[in-house]
Design a protein around this ligand. Structure first.
Ligand code: NAP
Ligand code: ZN
Ligand code: ZN
Length: 343
């Protein structure tokens, strides 16, 4: 039986705090599963979307896309999952399965990406969600739900480029921003054998960044420290959305180096350095389904563990504010205390 109503938390307009929001359960499609949400991480992308940074948000908007929960209903054509299974769900909740990218197994590049989000129609800050069963991932049994939740977006987003763009076996990598994505990127990169430098605007994060596995730590506006790593990195992974001194940062790349953009900062680049140093700039978006499965078993095998602050979902606005103020250490995961959990 579907739940009679679902309780979520929605922004009613651009940038507004979330309010309790009750809605009718969306229709379960043939390939869909309904999932009772127990945990949902707070990703900075939720905040960009509340603020309509991408220009695609429709209101009322229920954010949330680092989801763990239990399957409560299964569509007729959904295979491999049954009621009661614990699953994780990331940013992508479905795809067209027909475009050239879906056919190549690069579902994150689906031509219908705007409609592919787990947020459509409503996301994981909610008692339940509906997604295509092919985007609901069974979780390793021993993996705690709050750990799995963070891996579903932050984990796959950093793991995917770390796997794709390592130029040689032990590259030197700079990870810019020690937040939800950044603190996991440090852990994955360390296990993959990279020499890791964390570049952060927050000097007080140094000890923890080193504990996550960074070999070195530089404060991004310490111009002397940054100059010491000029031409130092094969790869830069940029996980921030705030202000960046691009000239200084780009010049920390070795010639032929690559900057991978994961966050959404304003980008102002000097073409001379790009051309003369033969640099590459690459955007990278979440990861495909194969990468997601690979990342989950890699994280489980190597004990990759996000640092999590647990908060009840009813305090979602406080959680969002902590992320906006760069106070989360290092990912807030909301535990569902809404009516209807378990339905
Ligand atoms: P987060 O937890 O808020 O971390 C972002 C980090 O950026 C902060 O911890 C901070 O690190 C740094 N920062 C620099 N200037 C800042 C400012 N003005 N305000 C806040 N933080 C600032 O965010 P996240 O969830 O890791 O997401 C990071 C970015 O990646 C966001 O733009 C998000 O939308 C994007 N994202 C992209 C994908 C993708 O598929 N490409 C997936 C998920 C998220 P320091 O204190 O160390 O400087
Ligand atoms: Zn995310
Ligand atoms: Zn497609």
């Amino acid at each position: 039986m579907p739940p009679s109503t679902i309780l979520g938390y929605a922004a009613r307009a651009v940038g507004q705090p979330l309010e309790p929001f009750t809605y009718e359960p969306p229709q379960l499609g043939e390939h869909d599963v309904r999932v009772s949400v127990t945990h949902c991480g707070v990703c900075h992308t939720d905040i960009h979307a509340i603020d309509d940074y991408y220009g695609i948000t429709t209101y009322p908007f229920v954010p949330g896309h680092e989801i763990v929960g239990y399957v409560s209903a299964v569509g007729r054509e959904a295979s491999g999952l049954k009621e009661g299974d614990r699953v994780g769900i990331g940013w992508q909740g479905r795809s067209c399965m027909r475009c050239e990218w879906c056919l190549k197994g690069e579902e994150q590049l689906c031509m219908d990406i705007v409609q592919s989000g787990t947020w459509v129609p409503y996301g994981g800050f909610s008692s339940s969600v509906i997604v295509d069963s092919r985007f609901a991932y069974p979780l390793p049994e021993a993996m705690p739900s709050q750990v799995a939740a963070v891996l579903m977006c932050a984990g796959v987003t950093v793991y995917s480029p770390l796997r794709s763009y390592a130029a040689h076996p032990s590259p030197k990598i700079g990870i810019v921003g020690v937040g939800g994505l950044g603190h996991l990127a440090i852990q994955f990169a360390r296990v993959l054998g990279y020499e890791v430098t964390a570049i952060s605007s927050s000097p007080e994060k140094k000890e923890e960044a080193l504990a996550f596995g960074a070999d070195h730590f530089i404060v991004s506006d310490d111009r002397t420290g940054m100059r010491q790593v000029l031409f130092g990195f094969d790869l830069l992974l940029c996980t921030v959305s705030g202000r960046i001194d691009w000239e200084l940062l780009v010049n920390t790349l070795k010639k032929n180096g690559r900057l991978v953009l994961l966050g959404f900062p304003d980008v102002v680049l000097n073409s001379t350095d790009l051309v003369a140093h033969q640099l590459s700039i690459t955007g990278s978006f979440i990861g495909n389904r194969a990468r997601m499965r690979e990342m989950l078993s890699f994280a489980q095998a190597h004990g990759i563990t996000p640092a999590v602050e647990l908060m009840p979902m009813s305090r979602v606005n406080e959680a969002l504010q902590r992320v906006r103020e760069n106070k989360a250490r290092y990912r807030i995961v909301l535990v569902n205390d809404t009516v209807g959990v378990g339905i």
